[in-house]
Every structure is written in C-alpha cells, then in structure tokens.
Design a protein around this ligand. Structure first.
Ligand code: FMN
Length: 203
C-alpha cells in the first residue's frame, strides 16, 4: 500500500509508529519552576550526535492543563532535564509515569520510584534505572502540527553528565542484554532487548 498521511491511511489503526521501530524510550525527569518533580516516557527520543553527546525528545499533543506537556515546558523554562534508561524490570513504573496528571503531581511518587540526586543539574534521576544522562537544554523547536490546539515540541539538550551503574559494566563495556532495555513499537506493543549480535563495520 501507499498513502499520504494528509489523506488518511484507511487501516484499522494508524500504522505510522509501527513504521519506525524499535524506538528507545527516553524516560525524562524534570523539575518545574515551582519545584515539582516530573517524570514521563517519550519514545520520540534519541541520541543525535556523540561529540558532544546531544540528546532529543519530542512532546506531541496537548497537556491536561495547557497546550504544552510538562516535560517540554520544564526543560524549556529551567534549561535542564535527565534521561533515564527504561528496562524490563521497571516497565510498570515507566508506564504509570505516563499518566496524564496535573502539573502539581509528582510522577516519581505516583510510580513508587526513588529519586537519586544528579551531580550537575537539579532534576533527580530515577535511582532504579541503571543509566541516566544529565542534560542541559540547548534548544526547543516547535514542530508542525495538524491542529492549532496542539503543540508539538522537540527538546534538544547536551549531555553534561553520564551515570552508569557499576553492575551494568562488564569488562569495561555496557552489558546491554543484561540490562534488558525496553523499546516502543507500534500500537501498544513493546520490545525487550535481551539478545545482541555483533557486526563489524566494513573496511
Ligand atoms: C512508552 C511510552 C512512550 C511515549 N512516548 C511519547 C512521545 O514520544 N511523545 C509524547 O508526547 N508522549 C509520549 N508518551 C505519552 C507521555 O508519556 C504522556 O503524555 C505523559 O503524560 C506526558 O507527561 P508530562 O506532561 O508530565 O510531560 C509516551 C507514553 C509511553 C507509555
């Protein structure tokens, strides 16, 4: 089949998210200007370049209490956010933290997670996550939106601090399969990375 998104797909459900898979889950912690901690997962997220490491996540759609989701609002207003790695073990907490709740609600508490202090930025890390990246917002970009009432925003930040749990390292390398990171597919589907293969680059 071929379709142009502006004309609709004609399928039972929108397939677009199933076309770009698997997507890493950026589990983003921020703090509001009022000091409320916030945590939410974003599968429109990735590392963009390595030197310096630049990470991005995107918020689409509206928030309960306004047009911008808390994570983008906080990262834009305070200039800081933290990426946390979502793994199989803490998948339910990750999912709970995606609840659409008011701006004054702390999703760490909602999801029963523990805060760990960051070294260089104010937002706490998810202590249960084996990897966290402390980021300073570099730029936010408004993306096109199909309806005037929704705001799509990309948040781009420089990774200024990297936390890797000692247990996550084996012979000096991150043992990805042992961490069992989870990733988003289309619809409500997820994938878990528990098998890794190596493919050397061509000369
Ligand atoms: C696995 C997963 C991935 C998600 N990815 C995104 C995403 O990429 N962009 C987005 O706007 N919402 C995404 N959501 C929904 C947000 O997490 C949800 O809207 C959340 O309430 C936003 O919280 P905030 O307003 O505190 O930022 C995702 C939810 C889940 C469970």
């Amino acid at each position: 089949m071929f379709y142009e998104p502006k004309n609709g797909h004609g399928l039972v459900r929108d397939p677009i998210k199933a076309c770009v898979v698997p997507r890493p889950i950026g589990w983003i912690s921020t703090i509001s200007q009022e000091g409320v901690c916030n945590l939410a997962p974003f599968s429109y997220s990735n590392l963009m370049v390595t030197a310096p490491p630049i990470f991005m996540f995107s918020c689409n759609g509206a928030h309960l209490e306004g047009d911008v989701k808390d994570s983008a609002l906080n990262a834009r207003e305070t200039g800081e956010f933290v990426y946390n790695l979502a793994t199989w073990e803490i998948r339910d907490a990750m999912n709970t933290s995606s609840s659409h709740v008011g701006r004054s609600e702390d999703e760490f508490e909602l999801a029963g997670l523990t805060k760990a202090s960051s070294m260089l930025v104010k937002p706490p890390r998810v202590s249960e996550a084996p990897i966290s990246l402390e980021c300073r917002t570099w730029k936010t970009i408004d993306l096109p939106a199909t309806k005037p009432e929704i705001q799509n925003i990309m948040v781009i930040g420089e990774v200024v601090g990297v936390h890797i749990a000692d247990e996550a390292l084996k012979n000096g390398l991150v043992d990805t399969a042992a961490l069992r990171p989870i990733a988003r597919l289309g619809y409500l589907d997820y994938s878990v990375v528990d098998e890794v293969f190596v493919m050397p680059r061509p000369k």
